[in-house]
Structures are given as structure tokens and as C-alpha cells.
Design a protein around this ligand. Structure first.
Ligand SMILES: Cc1cc2nc3c(=O)[nH]c(=O)nc-3n(C[C@H](O)[C@H](O)[C@H](O)COP(=O)(O)O)c2cc1C
Length: 189
């Protein structure tokens, strides 16, 4: 039996009742056998300051960089803040992209899911993340695009996604992402 691919999920919200975190948990629940998804926490990462990289970087940065470095792929699940990427997610991206010459995202197959209670499903944030991923050399799954709108009504009190069509769509998205991972970063024989 082949080992499932190790996929780090970065959630762009720190909120306890975050719709994005609930969506990330739904992805974990429905993931195909070939993918092992794990939320990698980003809330304790100090704001990026290159001075701290000169001598003894914060241990949270070091652990996060190591975790991203060993992942087979990265899924970004993010809200939209003022039509862009929330600072907390941008900070995590910046931390693991440095120090210069040691970009931990380099070449890893990526996927982006944006989630909002609003109608346009975080479209702005979804594409804003992609802008950084171009520079970081993360090949991002193009289709299907995942803009999850109206997410305020998709979960029950226990945080379970009750919207069957969205669950089915996310399953389709994950199947395409699993194929993308094998396409971009096939297991070495
Ligand atoms: C600072 C801030 C800016 C926001 N800007 C947007 C926005 O541009 N587009 C949008 O759809 N929702 C916006 N929202 C609403 C968020 O989509 C909503 O709070 C959502 O629940 C956040 O995701 P979460 O539930 O995962 O925390 C904003 C919320 C905050 C706190």
C-alpha cells in the first residue's frame, strides 16, 4: 500500500468559530485515501522581521518552516479581508518563504479554497494568494476553482458541513487536487 501524500492546510483565520477552519475540517473528513491532510497552525508565528533571521530565529518560525518543508503539498483555505489575504496568512507565507534562498514552498503543488458568508466566496483573497504563489514557485491547481460563498449557513451547531452540494463539490476539488499532486510531485520510485 502506498503512503498517503502529506498535505499541510494553512487556514487564514484564527477565529474559534471560523467558517474556514470548519471547511478545512470538512476537507480532512472527506479526503480521498491518497491524501493525508493536516491543519498546520499559524497563529503563534511572530510577525515577520528579517532582523530576527540574522541570528536566532523564533523557534515557532523554525518549526513551521520545517513542517512546510517536509509537506508534499499545501492547501490554502482562506477568508477574504478587505478584498485581500488576511494578514495572518500572508505572514505565514512570508515566514516560510525566508530566509532568502530557502523558500520552503518551492515547487510544492498548491490549492486554494476561499470561504465567505458573502456571495462572491472570497474571490479577491483567492486570487491575491495566487499572486504570492507565483513568486514562490508554487504550481496551483487551476480547475475547479473553489469560491465557497454563503458559508454562514452551511454548518450545524457542531461545526459539521450540512450542505450536500458543497460537500460533493469539495470532494471533486480534492480528487482534482490529488491528481495535481501526483502530476507535479510524483512519488519517486
Ligand atoms: C477585517 C475584515 C475584513 C473583511 N472583509 C471581507 C471582504 O472583503 N470580503 C468578504 O467576503 N468578507 C469580508 N469579511 C467578512 C468575513 O468573510 C467573515 O468575517 C468570515 O466569517 C471570516 O472568515 P472566518 O469565518 O473563517 O473567520 C471581513 C471580515 C473582517 C474581520
Amino acid at each position: 500500500m502506498t503512503t498517503p501524500r502529506d498535505i499541510a492546510i494553512l487556514v487564514g483565520s484564527l477565529r474559534r468559530e471560523s467558517l474556514n477552519r470548519k471547511t478545512a475540517k470538512t476537507l480532512i473528513e472527506i479526503a480521498p485515501k491518497g491524501l493525508a491532510l493536516e491543519i498546520v497552525e499559524i497563529g503563534a508565528l511572530a510577525l515577520y522581521n528579517a532582523d530576527l533571521d540574522e541570528h536566532d530565529p523564533p523557534r515557532e518560525w523554525t518549526a513551521f518552516r520545517e513542517r512546510i518543508g517536509r509537506a508534499d503539498g499545501i492547501l490554502f483555505v482562506t477568508p477574504e479581508y478587505n478584498r485581500g489575504v488576511p494578514g495572518v496568512l500572508k505572514n505565514a507565507i512570508d515566514v516560510a518563504s525566508r530566509p532568502h534562498g530557502n523558500n520552503r514552498f518551492d515547487g510544492k503543488p498548491g490549492g486554494v479554497v476561499s470561504v465567505s458568508p458573502g456571495a462572491i466566496g472570497g474571490f479577491g483573497a483567492n486570487h491575491h494568494v495566487r499572486q504570492s504563489l507565483v513568486f514562490l514557485n508554487v504550481p496551483v491547481l487551476q480547475q475547479p476553482e473553489a469560491y465557497i460563498g454563503g458559508a454562514g449557513k452551511m454548518f450545524d451547531d457542531a461545526g459539521r458541513m450540512t450542505n450536500d452540494s458543497t460537500r460533493a463539490f469539495l470532494a471533486k476539488f480534492l480528487d482534482a487536487y490529488a491528481a495535481w499532486v501526483e502530476n507535479i510531485a510524483p512519488v519517486k520510485p
